[in-house]
Design a protein around this ligand. Structure first.
Ligand code: NDP
Length: 444
């Protein structure tokens, strides 16, 4: 494989999809050496078949707002690769959603799911619909209209969506309701469901908790204790909330959280009571993080991200490309020695280079945030065997999966000087399993 040529071809065939190109470039750059040890891969053009999604569904979603106006949005489902299991990956509702972003997410998801050791292929979907400022009734009508198109392309053995940005328990519930009505079947077609109708315990917590379990494994390699460490968290949604919760439980100090309007800096640390306030503010009232600063009298910085604050550890948990090269330099200069990604691809390639050149601990989202989809996989298992496991059981399984992912990264990513290149480790480990499965299944 000539990685540069593969990338150039993809850019020519699929222009205007920069996030997709960025994700592919990062993976190709790290797997090229391993790939080229297997001439049989190139004989069947494995790399192109792995980079280009199996199929993409694209549809119009029409719904009525509370004023009686008819709104249209775009809906998508990218089914990237099902070599090791049914397509699996979240649904994102955000005004920024476009096909390129979903293709990047579905591509990443394929490697991430492979790393979890569970039988799940990769997919991703979404819409440019933004739940922000919409009433409950509007969100329900939109979710129903979205599912009216999507339902024929998914199924418990075909493609199992879940939540992502803008899609939480409420949206999954509305989509599940419509799917059930259309198919007249009660099945585990979506994960992240409510507990009363097949949802797994620990699924809401899984991505944030899993990220911290992965961070603990990284810290262990340098004999660092998390207790008392100052942490920067971005975002204030699902991933950020449970990242903060686990950090607080372990005695770390969380000093920032953010939303798309700005960030708060609380030098005393966000404690349990303050986090409860954030959860209520964001999940119940759908308010803004600025209101935290008003309530607790701390600093609020509008239109900015928290990366210039002094800390030990950074946990980006909002969105892609939220840490650029300059942010990364500021983090390293301010003493940050570990970055573990809750979000998908939050660091630009320049930022990753800064972290790796400084030899700090750096875990890409594909490894560090795989806890979410792992517990989704466990939800699928519980749905198929029609049993539910206790909180402790699921949490133990999550811990062990994150430990295994860390081990796989160490195995494939340790460099001659002992530095663990987690990007390379995650990409090579994830890639090899999918590649071997594709080889075994012939040209399909
Ligand atoms: P939520 O919608 O619950 O929260 C997203 C948070 O990020 C909100 O605080 C939101 O602010 C902020 N945000 C969203 N877009 C932007 C933006 N363009 N600029 C700045 N801030 C932004 O989503 P999740 O917590 O579920 O997802 C966060 C990240 O984690 C995403 O990258 C997602 O792909 C990834 N992830 C999620 C998993 C899951 O299980 N949910 C699993 C693995 C990865 P606001 O409130 O203003 O919208």
């Amino acid at each position: 494989m000539n990685a540069a040529k593969v990338l150039e071809d993809l850019k020519r065939r699929f222009p205007n999809e920069p996030e997709y190109h960025q994700a592919v470039e990062e993976v190709l750059g790290t797997i090229e050496e391993e790939y080229n040890k297997h001439p049989e891969f190139d004989k069947v053009n494995l790399i192109e078949r792995l980079c280009i999604p199996d199929r993409v569904y694209q549809f119009r979603v029409t719904w009525m707002d509370d004023k009686g106006n008819i709104q249209t949005n775009m809906g998508y489902r990218v089914q990237h690769n099902n070599a090791i299991g049914p397509y699996k990956g979240g649904i994102r509702f955000h005004s920024s959603v476009n096909l390129g972003i979903l293709k990047f997410l579905a591509f990443e998801q394929t490697f991430k799911n492979s790393l979890t050791t569970l039988p799940m292929g990769g997919g991703k979907g979404g819409s440019d619909f933004s739940p922000r400022g919409k009433s409950n009734a509007e969100v329900m009508r939109f979710c129903q209209a979205f599912m009216l198109e999507l339902w024929r392309h998914i199924g418990p053995e075909t493609d199992v969506p879940a939540g992502d940005i803008g899609v939480g328990g409420r949206e999954v519930g509305y989509m599940f309701g419509m799917y059930k009505k259309l198919t007249r079947e009660f099945s585990g077609v979506l994960t992240g469901k409510g507990r009363e109708f097949g949802g797994s315990l620990i699924r809401p917590e899984a991505t944030g908790y899993g990220n911290i379990y992965f961070l603990l494994e990284m810290l262990k390699t340098r004999n660092i204790d998390i207790k008392g460490k100052t942490c920067l968290v971005s975002g204030s949604g699902n991933v950020a909330q449970y990242t903060a919760e686990k950090l607080i439980e372990l005695g770390a100090k969380v000093v920032t959280m953010s939303d798309s309007d700005g960030y708060i800096y609380d030098p005393d640390g966000i404690d349990r009571e303050k986090l409860d306030y954030i959860m209520e503010l964001k999940n119940l009232y759908r308010g803004r993080i600025r209101e935290y600063a008003e309530k607790y009298g701390c600093k609020y910085v509008p239109g900015a991200r928290p990366w210039n604050e002094k800390a030990d550890i950074a946990l980006p948990s909002a969105t892609q490309n939220e840490i650029n090269g300059d942010d990364a330099k500021a983090l390293v200069a301010n003493g940050v020695f570990a970055v573990s990604e809750g979000a998908n691809m939050p660091s630009t390639p320049e930022a990753i280079r800064v972290f790796q050149d400084a030899k700090i601990l750096y875990a890409p989202g594909k490894a560090a945030n795989a806890g979410g989809v792992s517990v989704s996989g466990l939800e699928m298992t519980q749905n198929s065997i029609k049993l539910s496991w206790s909180q402790e059981e699921v949490d133990e399984k999550l811990k062990s999966i994150m430990k295994n992912i860390h081990e796989a990264c160490v195995k494939y990513g340790t460099e001659p000087d002992g530095y663990i290149n987690y990007v390379k480790g995650a990409n090579v480990a994830g890639f090899m399993k999918v590649a071997n499965a594709m080889m075994a299944q012939g040209i399909v």
